[in-house]
Ligand binder design. Structure first.
Ligand SMILES: Cc1cc2nc3c(=O)[nH]c(=O)nc-3n(C[C@H](O)[C@H](O)[C@H](O)COP(=O)(O)O)c2cc1C
Length: 355
């Protein structure tokens, strides 16, 4: 069924038909007037791709080396909370789709399948997304569980000290149904089920750069900082032991009027200057968007809603379809750009459109 979707917009329409208004609004929505949500997508149209011609593109490679291992696709599955709202198999189905695509599954702290369950049901590569809770013992327990389950890296999310004002949820009266629970959160709350607002109240809003340094020092796994947009913050991340950064505004769900991530990427990439990997997420809806991000200095990208729409439309097969669409579009973009591999893609291939 999802196999009929020609592009991600069609997959999104299929998902919208299947989801109730509450979960749909929770997934689709952003903060405030949703300016950042829209800009993340629209800003890609402002960057033109400038192809080279008469290059041998008979062989094409979409693979990339990241943290010492090869991915078949430079698109990771972004951490997205409460995936059983989209499909009963939730994060397990999503992780299997990521494995089939040869990429990384990032598991949310607010996942409805915990690291042990996901690790036990899928042999692919997995990273753990971490919200640092006020109660550090819970955070450490979650990290230990992720290490034991074979997760290879940690994404420390730093743009959500408080939940953004997501007005669609107020309008629909969205609440997470009682049967959909997030194991890590349940543990943190002493066995109680929490609303989305209550979950964020567990997050430590006093977290600072020294905490990152301590976490990085103590962690067996590399820690990437997810959710910055500024060059000075990227410099601080490098100085405090981050193994990578993700330029992100949480898919427009936190600070409205924050810049589109693709516009923030160049200055972050410049500041980092190749010392650690730079990733970006927010608004990737086409393979050509992936090409723009890589040409502007990203090592890889993450996709949130596109994978979620696939999962909602058709479970694992739908999430696989979302990643396959991006892979095929990226291959074609590389070919037509005159780039046999991602390494050939550079800043000469992208320019900001003249007004
Ligand atoms: C419904 C939803 C839930 C999310 N939950 C989390 C989360 O638990 N942790 C996190 O770091 N980011 C979370 N994000 C943000 C994503 O990881 C990612 O930054 C964002 O979705 C990228 O934008 P895109 O959806 O346009 O690809 C969530 C995003 C959505 C849409």
């Amino acid at each position: 069924m999802s196999g009929e979707a020609v592009n991600l917009a069609e997959l999104e329409r299929l998902a919208a038909e299947r989801l109730e208004p509450g979960p749909h609004g929770y997934y689709a929505g952003g903060a405030g007037d949703e300016r950042t949500l829209r800009r993340n997508v629209e800003a890609y149209a402002e960057w033109e791709l400038w192809p080279r011609v008469l290059v041998d593109v008979s062989e094409l490679d979409t693979g990339v080396e990241l943290l010492g291992a090869r991915l078949e696709l430079p698109v990771l599955v972004a951490p997205v909370a409460f995936q059983k709202l989209a499909h009963p198999e939730g994060e397990v189905a999503m992780a299997r789709a990521a494995e089939a695509a040869g990429t990384v599954m990032c598991l949310s702290t607010i996942a409805t399948c915990g690291p042990t369950e996901v690790g036990g049901s899928c042999g692919g590569r997995k990273w753990m997304q971490l919200y640092c809770f006020r109660d550090r013992a819970i955070t450490r327990a979650l990290l230990d569980e992720a290490v034991a389950a074979g997760f290879e890296a940690v994404l420390l999310t730093v743009d959500a000290s408080y939940a953004g004002k997501r007005e669609r949820d107020f309008r629909t009266g969205f609440e997470v149904p009682a049967e959909v629970t997030a194991p890590a959160v349940k543990q943190a709350s002493g066995g109680r089920d929490l609303t989305v607002q209550e979950v964020f109240a567990l997050v430590d809003p006093s977290l600072g750069w020294e905490d990152l340094a301590e976490l990085a020092e103590a962690s067996e796994l590399p820690i990437l900082v997810k959710g910055l947009v500024r060059a000075d913050d990227a410099e601080l991340a490098v100085e405090h032991g981050a193994a990578g950064v993700v330029v992100s505004n949480h898919g427009g769900r936190q600070l409205d009027n924050a810049p589109a991530t693709i516009d923030a990427l160049p200055e972050v990439a410049d500041a980092v200057a190749g010392r650690i990997p730079v990733l970006v997420d927010g608004g990737i809806r086409r393979g050509t968007d992936v090409a723009v991000a890589l040409a502007l200095g990203a090592d890889a990208v993450l996709a949130g809603r596109p994978c979620l729409w696939g999962l909602a439309a058709d479970g694992q097969a739908g999430a696989e379809r979302a990643l396959a669409i991006l892979r095929e579009e990226l291959r074609l973009a590389l070919a037509l750009l005159g780039c046999p591999s991602l390494a050939a893609l550079d800043s000469s291939h992208v320019r900001r459109r003249r007004p």
